[in-house]
Write a protein that binds this ligand. Structure first.
Ligand code: NDP
Length: 332
């Protein structure tokens, strides 16, 4: 894609993921030249970027998150004004099976990027994808100063990355920020995430598949937002005069039971007739309630979520049904 020589340049580490694709689309619309990384740019399908119509408008480079030299080359080659680190093992459930992979791809990788920025000494603005999982169980809505009480290897890794960034910002004056994002969903979520699993399975059941939906703990409470809106907050954080961390969320939490009921109701179905509770899907440790206070983002960024759980469910169901219909239409 042609951009003016003065166009800002962004590098998205993890551009092939849900947020990477939405952020790439947003930044392109703002006139940025966008580059990104994948662990294997040649073999990784660019399905999310293609689904948003931007696969041929970005350059994607191979970079291992734990290869210092490779990351240096990508940064040196692209000379970004802004780096967004959205990569790493992102599943809480999987982190119990792959704790070290999770720690390396989240915390160690973030250290590599921070070190590179310190050593390069360029005026790069850096965004790190932190997570509400760091807060653990919340009795009251968590704002930026709420204590971290991680309850999974994923949350431990995200907390380490958060504190490393805060330390580099203070010690070396980097323009580096963490967005502490609560759950955000979209049709680009893979099916191993429970929200997409619920929506996809419910749509297949509504189409007559006859299958059943297996879930673990449906009493957990989460704050679910809409991913395309959340990447706008990421960008806004890096446009401030001074680097700060932000909680990004809707401020409205619901149980997974309510999410499931809403998804089936949207399809005219009673969820209790189609769902099984499976103890083997329970996590070794889980967060019961995740509550957010995103008021700082509204005050300083002018950002407020437009869609909360009920609207997110509707939007995901609509997209899933469209995809199912398109697949059926293409079958001879
Ligand atoms: P995705 O899982 O969709 O994307 C992350 C990308 O990181 C993948 O596309 C993949 O790219 C790369 N990746 C995956 N596993 C590994 C691994 N083991 N080692 C190295 N790289 C890996 O995540 P999202 O887009 O949903 O989230 C973006 C970031 O925000 C993540 O860091 C996530 O933890 C964090 N976050 C997300 C929330 C959400 O609700 N979505 C909430 C809070 C934080 P490739 O295969 O091309 O290398």
């Amino acid at each position: 894609m042609k951009t003016s020589p003065q166009a800002k340049k962004a590098l998205i580490i993890g551009i092939t993921g849900q947020d990477g694709a939405y952020l790439a689309r947003l930044l392109l619309a703002k006139g940025y030249a966008v580059a990104g990384t994948s662990r294997d740019a040649q073999r990784t399908p660019l399905a999310n970027l293609a689904a948003l119509g931007v696969a041929d408008k970005v350059s994607v480079h191979s970079a291992s998150l734990t290869d210092f030299r490779g990351l240096w080359e990508v940064i040196d080659k692209n000379a970004p004004d802004e780096i967004y680190n959205l990569a790493g093992q992102s599943s809480v459930g999987l982190s119990f099976e792959q704790p070290l992979e999770t720690f390396e791809s989240v915390a160690v990788a973030n250290y590599h990027l921070l070190e590179l920025m310190r050593l390069l000494g360029r005026p790069i603005r850096f965004y790190n994808a932190c997570s509400s999982e760091c807060f653990g169980d919340t009795a009251v809505p968590a704002g930026e100063t709420a204590p971290f009480q991680p309850r999974s290897p994923y949350a431990v890794a995200k907390a380490a990355a958060f504190w490393a960034l805060a330390n580099y910002r203070e010690a070396y004056g980097l323009f580096a920020c963490s967005g502490i994002l609560f759950n955000h969903e979209s049709p680009l979520r893979p099916e191993r995430f429970v929200t997409r699993k619920i929506v996809s399975t419910a749509c297949r059941i509504a189409a007559g598949s006859g299958e059943r939906l297996s879930l673990g703990n449906i009493d957990v409470v989460r704050d679910w937002g809409w991913a395309p809106e959340y990447v706008e907050a990421m960008w806004a954080i890096l446009q401030l005069d001074a680097p700060e961390d932000f909680v990004i969320a809707t401020g409205r939490s619901f149980s997974l039971r309510e999410f499931t009921a809403a998804a089936f109701a949207e399809l005219g179905l009673d969820w209790t007739r189609h769902v099984d509770s499976r103890p083997e899907l329970l996590r070794p440790a889980d967060i019961h309630a995740s509550l957010a206070d995103p008021s700082k983002a509204e005050k300083l960024l002018g950002w407020k979520a437009g869609l909360a759980m009920p609207e997110v469910v509707k939007a995901m169901i609509a997209s899933e049904r469209q995809a199912l219909a398109a697949r059926e239409a293409s079958c001879p």
